[in-house]
Every structure is written in C-alpha cells, then in structure tokens.
Ligand binder design. Structure first.
Ligand SMILES: [Zn+2]
Length: 194
C-alpha cells in the first residue's frame, strides 16, 4: 500500500497535507485517508494524503519505537523507526503551506478539540470542536503542528473524538477536511459532510 498519495487539481494553488495515523491506534485519521484516497477531487492546488506511521498502523499500536509526534524537528538525526519516518514526512511538510493532522483520544465522552497556534485559529474555529487551544508547541514540542508553526506555516492537530466513538469522530474529521480545503481554495471533495 502506498503511504503517501498525491492529488493535484487542474489549476495551481496551495500545497496541503492531511495526516492520519501519526498514532497508529487512532483509527479515525486512517479511515479519512482511505475515504479521501477514493473520493477527493481538487480544483486547485496539491494535497498530500499521508498514512503517517505505517508500521504502527499495521500493528494498531500508538507507536513502534517512539512517539512519532515528538520527532518533527529539523535537526533530527535519531535512528528509531519513527525518527526516520519523521524525516521523510518533514520533506513533504516543507513543501506544504498547511498540514491538518487527525487524531483521536482515549478519554470517553469528551469532546473534540483542536491544537494549533494563533495563525490557524481562523480555520480551527470553524471546526466542530469544543475548544481550540494554543501554546502546546512549547509544552509538547516536536509535533506536526509545532513544526509547521516554527516554519511560519499552518499546522493543526485535530483531536476528533474518543477512539471508541468512531462514527462521531469521523463526522468531525470529514467536516474539518472540508473547511481546511475550502479555506485554501482547493475544491470540495466528494465525501459527505453530515
Ligand atoms: Zn494521537
């Protein structure tokens, strides 16, 4: 299975990435990439659809050797599986104007929330989330959102919902993808927003 799929629109535009499975046991992002792989058609720009931690996704584990979401920093020379994967993904992120990274969490009954810095609030505030919070790139460094922010670009980590409420999480994620693509002038995709 290809882990990085590129979709290009008819016209040039922004370059974006949507990540699923940075944590391999968080099904929602992986399912969204599955859906987009089949359903996404763009008018403008380029979108990378990324199964982020492929080995952890196969094993349905959060990670194999190390939390991938602590491996995104420019000087990373570490040798774990996740560090090596991060270096590959960073090459894509460096081409992108913005990254939307889809996660889920264990805490049952809690609402979706978004993590990003202020430069992304305009987008994240339109998501179906209870809270948009910033300042995490210092508290929990070297995630996808912090990496993009450090480069002066937009990174949003969307915690779509509890792992065991997959349908609810999928709705939050599908809606967010629409908002994200719309914001950057890429066209709507064919997945339904409900
Ligand atoms: Zn996660």
């Amino acid at each position: 299975m290809k882990s990085i799929i590129i979709r290009r629109g008819k016209f040039s535009g922004k370059t974006l990435a949507i990540f699923g499975g940075v944590h391999g046991d968080e099904e929602v992002g992986v399912k969204i990439i599955d859906e987009l792989k089949n359903g996404l058609s763009l008018e403008e720009g380029t979108v990378y659809l990324v199964y982020a931690n492929t080995e952890a996704i196969k094993k349905k584990k959060r990670f194999v050797e190390r939390d991938l979401n602590r491996c995104f920093f420019s000087e990373n020379k570490n040798s774990s599986l996740e560090d090596r994967r991060a270096r590959k993904l960073i090459k894509i992120m460096d081409k992108c104007d913005a990254v939307l990274d889809l996660h889920s969490f264990s805490d049952q009954g809690s609402d979706a929330f978004a993590i990003c810095e202020k430069n992304a609030f305009e987008i994240a505030n339109k998501f179906k989330v209870a809270v948009v919070s910033d300042g995490w790139s210092e508290a929990e460094p070297n995630g996808t959102d912090g990496y993009m922010f450090d480069k002066g670009k937009i990174g949003i980590c969307l915690e779509c919902g509890p792992k065991n409420e997959i349908n609810k999480s999928l709705k939050v994620a599908r809606h967010a993808v629409e908002i994200f693509l719309d914001h950057f002038g890429c066209k709507k995709n064919k997945t339904k927003t409900q």
